[in-house]
Design a protein around this ligand. Structure first.
Ligand code: XBP
Length: 251
């Protein structure tokens, strides 16, 4: 029986990376007088590292124009990352990053049916607050029994910790839960915690490996194009709760 649905954030709830985090990083570089700019292609490579701070440090490891001293290098990454999040909040607040198609409807399905919901992400609580208060209203938290972000899960995806903490807070057995993910690190994290996973393809992970996923499709906003296709349901135009239940039951 499907008792809980746990959502990833970046790439699943919204396409936040290309015109959100990436642009915000570039604005932070410019604001600090750093002559760097992450192109779309470079950012796609860097997304192999989950976590914005960790991503910066991965980029630093390839540069010779960063401080050589470890502490100074970390301090610079931390400054950029904090500034990036301020720019990110501004971008989110402008309305430039809508929820992806079908997300609001599926959240509503789960809430109406009493299926518990959680969030499991490597981004920060402040970034989730900015995004979800914008789109689901100031009291968005009432929809989620658990919100686990970077501050709670100190080991980031692909480590299973973030999903383990969400399950514990929801008080749900992993076999009764389903994760919605888009990235290989996120899929590995959910599988490692014992959850079934479905994958909604996102901008930067359109062709990434999705080994172990129960179902893969182009968007929660369409029913067509999902493999395997889901049986039943009241709404054949999008992925609804009946589709999630069907994929979950096939385990
Ligand atoms: C995606 C990430 C995050 C964001 C940037 O998280 O890896 O690092 O790219 O956010 P998820 P921060 O898919 O788990 O939601 O800078 O706050 O890390």
């Amino acid at each position: 029986m499907l008792a809980a649905v746990i959502w990833d954030v970046d790439g699943v709830l919204a396409e936040t990376e290309q015109f959100g985090h990436r642009v915000a990083f570039n604005r932070a570089f410019a604001a600090l007088g750093l002559p760097w700019e992450w192109s779309d292609a470079r950012y796609g490579e860097l997304l192999a590292t989950a976590g914005g701070l960790e991503r910066l440090l991965a980029d630093f490891a390839t540069r010779d124009d960063v401080p050589r001293d470890d502490a100074a290098r970390f301090e610079l990454a931390d400054r950029i990352h904090r500034l990036k999040n301020e720019h990110y909040a501004t971008i989110v607040g402008s309305g430039a990053l809508p929820l992806r198609a079908g997300v609001a409807e599926l959240i509503e399905d789960c809430a109406t049916a009493g299926v518990r919901m959680g969030i499991a992400t490597t981004t920060s609580g402040a970034n989730i607050e900015a995004l979800l208060s914008m789109h689901l209203g100031r009291d968005w938290r009432r929809l989620f029994g658990s919100v686990i972000a970077a501050e709670q899960a100190l080991r980031k995806k692909p480590d299973p910790l973030v999903y383990q903490l969400a399950l514990r807070q929801l008080d749900v057995d992993p076999r009764q839960a389903l994760a919605i993910e888009d990235s290989p690190a996120g899929i590995a994290s959910a599988l490692g915690a014992g959850l079934a996973v479905i994958v909604t393809r996102s901008r930067y992970f359109a062709d990434a490996p999705v080994d172990g996923a129960r179902a893969i499709g182009p968007s929660l906003g369409v029913r067509h194009g999902w493999h395997p296709s889901a049986a039943g349901g009241d709404d054949s135009s999008r992925v609804d709760l009946a589709a999630l239940r069907d994929w979950h039951a096939r385990g």
